[in-house]
Design a protein around this ligand. Sequence first.
Ligand SMILES: *[C@@H]1O[C@H](CO)[C@@H](O)[C@H](O)[C@H]1NC(C)=O
Ligand SMILES: *[C@@H]1O[C@H](CO)[C@@H](O)[C@H](O)[C@H]1NC(C)=O
Ligand SMILES: *[C@@H]1O[C@H](CO)[C@@H](O)[C@H](O)[C@H]1NC(C)=O
Ligand SMILES: *[C@@H]1O[C@H](CO)[C@@H](O)[C@H](O)[C@H]1NC(C)=O
Ligand SMILES: *[C@@H]1O[C@H](CO)[C@@H](O)[C@H](O)[C@H]1NC(C)=O
Ligand SMILES: *[C@@H]1O[C@H](CO)[C@@H](O)[C@H](O)[C@H]1NC(C)=O
Length: 404
Amino acid sequence: MFSAIFIFVANCFVFLNADILHGYGNNKFAVKTPYFWTHPQKTFMPNELYTLRHNGDICHAIQLNFISRHAARYNEPDVMDSFSTLQNKIKSSYANSNYSFISTWVNNYPKSKANTVTKLGFQEMTYLGAKYGNALLSLFTSHLDTVKVRSSHVQRTSTSGSAFMDGVRIGIGSGSPLNITPVVDDRIMLFYDGCTKYATKVLGNKTLLQEKYEFRNSTMFRNMIRQDYYTRLYGHPVIAAMTCPLVEDVFKSMDNAIHNYKANKSNKSKLPSALYRNRYPVADVRFGHSPTIGPFLAALGLFKDSQPPTARNFAAMKNRLFSVNTVVPFSANIGFILYDCGNGLPDDQLVRLYVNEEPMVIPACGSVTCNYSDVRRYYSSMVDKCNWDDVCKNVNFLPPNIVG
Ligand SMILES: *[C@@H]1O[C@H](CO)[C@@H](O)[C@H](O)[C@H]1NC(C)=O
Ligand SMILES: *[C@@H]1O[C@H](CO)[C@@H](O)[C@H](O)[C@H]1NC(C)=O
Ligand SMILES: *[C@@H]1O[C@H](CO)[C@@H](O)[C@H](O)[C@H]1NC(C)=O
Ligand SMILES: *[C@@H]1O[C@H](CO)[C@@H](O)[C@H](O)[C@H]1NC(C)=O
Ligand SMILES: *[C@@H]1O[C@H](CO)[C@@H](O)[C@H](O)[C@H]1NC(C)=O
Ligand SMILES: *[C@@H]1O[C@H](CO)[C@@H](O)[C@H](O)[C@H]1NC(C)=O
């Protein structure tokens, strides 16, 4: 039955031009890189991520916490406008009658589509939803109604959340469309918006931006690959620190899952109503922007190279960990999968962390599978002592200039 689902999902992609799905070879478009161009679609098996064998125990997933950037989108309104201007210029000035098709050339980039999710973007999210839904089939089946879906107030993140959930539905082989509208939660998805200290110490910091400007002037700039390291990850401690509302939200969600999972498990009541007791979201999924993802990765301590990339060490840093095209493309995603190992002990949970579907070595334990309590302790200053206004020194509001 489930192999049929893959065929269905795969067929959806056939309608797209192969170049659109794979890119054109040198797929380096920084944060504007489509997901599949640096993370080609992988095949997956039902329940592939559901069970985990660890030290002789069989553990199974009890919750997915997912944080994603919105899917591939059209350009900003001014860029769409420049395209129309260019088109009109070409139309009005071509003289060679061999190119008369130009007169009937339809502009597929009207301003009305500015910033909206593209067809390829819908494919990205459907694929990711189908992948996680199917790879965690037993977790989602019959608990789909508990899933919590949040986004920023920006339409493309809401559209992405709905498309992801439709992918989950396909992945678990459920029939009718869900039409889920994410709940807006800017506190956790747009923590960088209105963070005064971030605006002044990072975005408006000439010293810190010096490498970026020098790099921009260098011949390597055409590769456009790492300008965001300083402003989005490790340029200043406030970048990681300001993510604390999101870090707190993710870990409290996992705490809540463990608490309710254990309470439910220990309740021996055979009443049918027991099924509905101690329910918790089996998946907590969130959709934000590139400045949501980059700083969050910095907070987790991932993709931190031994030396920062500068305008002069491009060649030496060729195999660096942080490359914008691969780490923060459209639909860039982070998944925490929480496992229970079934022994009923308080410390019986494990966690795995996936970035763009690849398992990560978690800094808290130096392994891809960590004891949940160790990971929680490692990030406890952000989880338990998050005071965002304090971190951001928000006395006078200073709106930053956001693109994502
Ligand atoms: C139009 O195309 C034909 C065939 O390729 C070529 O012979 C001709 O020179 C072209 N005309 C112009 C004005 O470029
Ligand atoms: C700019 O960033 C550097 C490097 O993080 C930091 O040491 C410095 O204090 C910042 N300057 C200002 C004016 O915020
Ligand atoms: C980059 O080049 C521009 C001129 O093209 C120059 O004004 C600017 O000072 C240069 N910046 C750096 C950081 O070298
Ligand atoms: C277990 O279920 C009973 C009712 O069947 C309920 O009164 C009790 O609160 C439940 N215990 C827990 C820990 O949820
Ligand atoms: C709660 O326990 C019941 C009975 O074991 C089980 O069927 C149900 O799936 C559990 N609910 C959750 C949310 O884990
Ligand atoms: C997690 O660590 C605690 C304390 O070291 C240990 O008792 C527990 O067995 C560990 N849990 C797992 C699943 O390995």
